[in-house]
Design a protein. Structure first.
Length: 151
């Protein structure tokens, strides 16, 4: 890491701390030449696979689109912000964990449903109704009966 003051090309790490829930690393550094101290933050960057849509078209993974879909399902639900960040992190990790470099939108939907089922049943039902394209009340009944059986 270059010193921002004297531009020396190597600095010494004095202290490192992991900042949860974002898994950032805060590092306190010191320059051996000018003795200036400064702080850096390192952020984990996921390597997302390409997304294959139902039409066969591929595109870049869009983290914002995923979060918006989940937030729509959670609209007007009691949300614990820390638990929500953990939920997003778990879903992103699961998506990035796949060995393939491409993932289908249906697989992404399955991952989200899997995690929402344990987080909030109402949000799970809302997301499932859009993702599974419910056409009638019977589809809602089947999902609700499945949730009740698991309890």
């Amino acid at each position: 890491m270059h010193c921002p003051y004297c531009k020396h090309d190597d600095t010494k790490v004095i202290d490192s701390r992991i900042m949860l829930p974002q898994n950032n690393i805060k590092r306190r550094r010191e320059c051996p030449i000018c003795n200036a101290r400064f702080t850096t933050f390192e952020t984990l960057q996921f390597s997302y696979p390409r997304v294959v849509k139902r039409s066969g078209e591929t595109c870049q993974f869009n983290e914002v689109k995923l979060k918006n879909g989940i937030m729509r399902a959670l609209e007007k639900r009691p949300i614990n912000q820390d638990a929500l960040e953990k939920l997003f992190d778990q879903i992103q990790y699961k998506i990035c964990q796949a060995p393939e470099r491409e993932i289908t939108t249906s697989k992404i939907g399955e991952v989200v449903l899997e995690h929402l089922k344990n987080y909030d049943e109402v949000a799970y039902l809302r997301f499932a109704s859009v993702y599974l394209k419910f056409q009638d009340i019977a589809a809602f009944k089947n999902i609700i009966l499945g949730l009740e059986e698991q309890k």
